[in-house]
Design a binder for this molecule. Structure first.
Ligand code: ADP
Ligand code: MG
Length: 608
């Protein structure tokens, strides 16, 4: 027999709500931190013990609350932040659901001490499992102090899902770091088991805070970003492409709220496309301001995600913003530091034991208390080349020591054509010198860059010299490939490729850009056809064309293993000087490695 319907007692309702809002200790930190930020605090101290399971304590110097409000704040759906429906659609504060404090109080032993400016005395409230145990007056400075002990003490099921202390701690630190990056006007202090582990003092400049939090190597390597279109206004910083990370290192704020967003991350990677290697992660901190009615933050109780009305336009804007920002980075070759060939420490990490501040599928890990191995399950931009052959040619991940050696760009721009040519090594690398430096240039990568930029210019000016093939080339595609190919025929024409659909899955190539004459046209088109279907699913047509350009550049560039005359080398160096970005091939590999004489002297132990 069905039981009669009853309204749930408040305590049970709060426990249920807590299930949604409070997944793990970092969720408590998130809610308390948001409240402190909403209360306009300028100093926030966070103490955690045992990964937050034993204690999470947060003290701020914000507004504070009067006794009446403090008690009300512990009731479900009590909020000072919204009053009516309209407010819900123009949320300017981080909190608004009025659920956090009662939820936390329902599943922990909580003490709150709070004093507003206008009151002499503070109020101290103790709650246990949602029951108010005591309310007293107390002496305390202006602001709010909330101590959450024994989280999940009365919800053992939830407790079972907690990961190791190390993991929960890492989640918390990563989360605080992510928020702190965007709030340089707030002084954050973090204590773990009584020991100060982070102290980010108030700074005026956002770039200083970014470097404080995300790594000292970023000082002087951050470039401002400013971009605006009809739907979004973007500001922030991008780091130059040499300062990449091995895990996701982007921080995104949407209307002041730190969010995880795949669309925006994808766009950031797109913006860096051709400048970083696969597997590397750019460092970028972006602030998006979007009209309130065009963004929904109320998608999830914990407000992890946001939803955009104008997704496409926002994606495009972020790509543009990053690209514009990156034009300020210097075009410098990679400098080798042979004496620094040390692999960073790597500790074994359990598959499920990965620190992540918000949810498990997109870890943020620029700050963790212990070193950890790379994770490969984080979100990455779609592969540029599904074609295996090309992946091997161009995107083989560098070994640890190689990655290390590619991290320090030199300051001056080099003029390649001023170099004295020493010769060619292994019929693959050009060796030359200038002043105190020795350069090794990858002839294929360098020429690929040259040809790629030539194609791009031609695409804009529409004056690419074209060669009609004496014998048209016929290619046979799969059904899926031919449907994508048919769509881009008009676009291909713009880059000098005249191709006709012959019927069925057969295509006939009538003409190609001059530079491709004598090359294996058939294999180029097979490569293109193979990479297109994948691209089409994830990216707009312009990107498909861009990928075709890269393939064309790759196919027409000088190969490794090809003997070059001095004259040919001279020509190549001259053309490299004319490139906009001579230091990387279109896929982001370095074109040139540099040693200066002092590196070499050290190697030979001539100097100390
Ligand atoms: P929400 O943030 O969604 O409004 P909460 O349950 O997190 O709901 O908090 C309830 C209310 O308590 C807030 O609206 C705010 O008025 C007050 N409050 C909570 N934390 C603080 C704080 N640190 N300083 C000042 N007021 C606070
Ligand atoms: Mg709140």
């Amino acid at each position: 027999m069905l039981k009669p319907i009853r309204k749930l007692p408040e305590i049970i309702a709060n426990k249920i709500a807590a299930g949604e809002v409070i997944e793990r200790p970092v969720s408590v930190v998130k809610e308390l931190l948001e409240n402190s930020i909403d209360a306009e605090s300028t100093r926030i101290r966070i103490d955690i013990e045992k990964g937050g399971t034993e204690l999470i304590r947060l003290s701020d110097n914000g507004f504070g609350m009067h006794k009446k409000n403090a008690l009300l704040a512990l009731e479900r759906h009590a909020t000072s932040k919204i009053e009516n429906d309209e407010d819900l659609f123009s949320i300017k504060t981080l909190g608004f659901r009025g659920e956090a404090l009662p939820s936390i109080a329902a599943i922990s032993k909580m003490t709150m001490v709070t004093r507003p400016k206008s009151s002499e005395l503070a109020t101290e409230i103790q709650v246990e499992g949602g029951n108010v145990i005591s309310v007293n007056d107390a002496g305390a400075p202006q602001g709010t102090y909330i101590s959450v002990n024994d989280l999940f003490f009365n919800t053992p099921a939830r407790k079972k899902y907690l990961k190791s202390i190390r993991t929960e701690t890492a989640h918390i630190i990563d989360y605080i770091a992510m928020v702190a990056v965007g709030l340089p006007h707030i002084h954050f202090k973090l204590f773990h088991n009584g020991k100060a582990i982070k102290n980010w003092s108030q700074v005026k400049d956002l770039s200083n805070r970014i470097a404080d939090v995300m790594g000292d190597d970023l000082y002087q390597k951050l470039y401002p970003v400013q971009y605006k279109n009809d739907h979004v206004s973007i500001s922030g910083y991008v780091a130059s492409p040499e300062t990449t990370r091995k895990s996701l290192s982007t921080v995104i704020f949407v209307n002041g709220r730190a969010v995880k967003d795949r669309l925006i991350n994808h766009a950031i990677f797109e913006g860096y496309r051709g400048r970083i290697l696969k597997g590397q992660h750019p460092v970028a901190v972006l602030f998006l301001e979007i009209p309130f009615e065009d963004v929904d933050v109320n998608v999830h109780p914990a407000k992890h995600n946001v939803r955009f009305v104008h997704q496409g336009s926002i994606h495009q804007a972020v790509v543009k913003a990053i690209q514009n920002g990156l034009t300020q980075t210097r075009h410098t070759p990679w400098q080798s530091h042979p004496e620094k060939y040390v692999s960073p420490p790597i500790s074994p990490v359990n598959e499920n034991d990965h620190p992540n501040p918000i949810n498990d599928d997109s870890p943020q890990s620029f700050i963790t208390p212990t070193p950890k191995a790379d994770k490969v399950n984080e979100y990455q931009a779609p592969p540029l080349f599904p074609n295996k052959k090309l992946i091997n040619d161009h995107q083989s991940p560098l070994c640890e020591s190689e990655q290390h050696m590619f991290h320090n760009p030199i300051v001056e721009k080099i003029i390649y054509s001023n170099c004295r040519i020493i010769g060619q090594f292994h019929k693959t690398y050009i060796i030359c010198e200038n002043n105190d430096s020795l350069y090794m240039i990858d002839q294929h990568a360098a020429h690929e860059r040259i040809v790629y930029e030539r194609f791009k210019k031609a695409l804009f000016s529409r004056n690419l010299p074209v060669q009609r093939l004496l014998i048209p080339e016929t290619i046979e595609l799969t059904y899926q490939q031919s449907s994508v190919f048919s769509e881009i025929i008009p676009e291909l024409k713009k880059i000098g490729i005249d191709i006709e659909h012959f019927g069925g899955n057969t295509f006939v190539i009538q003409s190609v850009p001059d530079i491709l004459t004598g090359k294996d046209i058939n294999s180029l088109f097979v490569d293109m056809a193979q990479s297109l279907p994948d691209i089409k699913n994830t990216a707009p047509i312009e990107q498909a064309i861009e990928d075709c350009l890269m393939l064309m550049a790759c196919h027409s560039a000088i190969r490794s293993g090809q003997l070059l005359s001095e004259k040919e080398i001279q020509e190549l160096l001259k053309e490299l000087d004319l490139c906009e970005n001579p230091s990387q091939c279109p896929h982001g590999r370095p074109t040139c490695i540099q040693w200066n004489v002092s590196n070499i002297e050290k190697k030979f132990k001539r100097t100390g």
